[in-house]
Write a protein of this length. Structure first.
Length: 277
């Protein structure tokens, strides 16, 4: 997930590490700041990131031949995330259904050529980005501990990423998925697992006053979903023949290159915290 160019001394894993750390810390500060100041602001943070990600995906899928209607996707994404915060899971699903329908109607005047391809790509994008992001918004809903649930979610995903990166760079020798993501190793996955479970236990016990075993389950599941999310986005980029979704974030690539693990993990963490804490 590095830049196409190689400015100052890229790391062994292909990132401009100082830039990646600076961007990561900055994004974390924005997220935590929104939660501490007024939790409803978190919706705007998520919405800004998700709209940028949707725009990146529309452009990326266009390289594969799909022409996705931008207006219903952008309007629907906004409606879905706002509905999730104020109306809960059912409102999120209704927003998804209505946006999918609007996407179909919006594309109709363009004629039948490529209709199935374009609509299918649009509905896939809706399910992949705003629907999954909606669960991050659902995490902040509870008045009692919503911000703490969001912080728990981010901590386990960041721990998975950092643990896998550090151990993979230092000890990685056995490729995990060489045809999908050559830099991922089984050693890195082990590092992700240990870090993620540790972060899960610490977060659930100290932030949510839950049981340690509940935190261990959250961490163990999160490392799986985060890895699948990362590999899934890598598959999309390989299929489309692109390296990064964009170069908006120095050291990371595009917004989607940062959201891949978060999107896949949000529904799992939301469900587990709902059931176990």
């Amino acid at each position: 997930m590095g830049l196409d160019q190689s400015p100052p001394a890229p790391s062994r894993a292909g990132r401009n590490l100082p830039a990646a750390i600076a961007v990561g810390v900055g994004l974390g500060a924005v997220i935590v700041g929104s939660l501490l100041w007024l939790k409803v602001l978190f919706i705007f943070v998520v919405l800004a990131a998700v709209l940028l990600a949707v725009d990146e995906m529309i452009k990326a899928l266009r390289t594969g031949g799909a022409e996705i209607p931008r207006v219903p996707l952008m309007a629907g994404t906004t409606a879905m995330l706002v509905a999730a915060y104020f109306g809960g899971p059912m409102a999120l699903l209704v927003g998804l259904a209505l946006t999918a329908l609007a996407t179909i109607f919006w594309r109709m005047p363009g004629g039948s050529t490529g209709f199935v391809r374009d609509v299918t790509a649009g509905v896939f994008l809706l399910g992949y980005v705003p629907l999954l992001a909606g669960f991050a918004v659902l995490l902040v809903q509870p008045d009692s501990d919503g911000p703490q649930r969001v912080v728990t979610f981010f901590l386990v995903v960041v721990a998975s990423d950092v643990g896998g990166y550090a151990v993979g760079v230092l000890f990685g020798k056995h490729p995990m998925a060489p045809t999908i993501s050559p830099k991922k190793s089984w050693e890195g996955f082990a590092g992700s697992t240990l870090a993620c479970i540790g972060a899960g236990i610490g977060s659930v016990v100290w932030l949510l006053d839950g049981h340690w075993w509940a935190g261990a389950i959250v961490g163990a599941v999160a490392v799986l979903t985060a890895t699948v999310g990362d590999l899934g986005e890598s598959m999309i980029k390989r299929d489309l023949g692109i390296k990064d979704m964009s170069n908006l974030l120095p050291g990371h690539g595009g917004v989607m290159d940062r959201l891949d693990s978060l999107l896949a993990t949000a529904p799992a963490v939301w469900l587990l915290l709902h059931l176990l804490v």
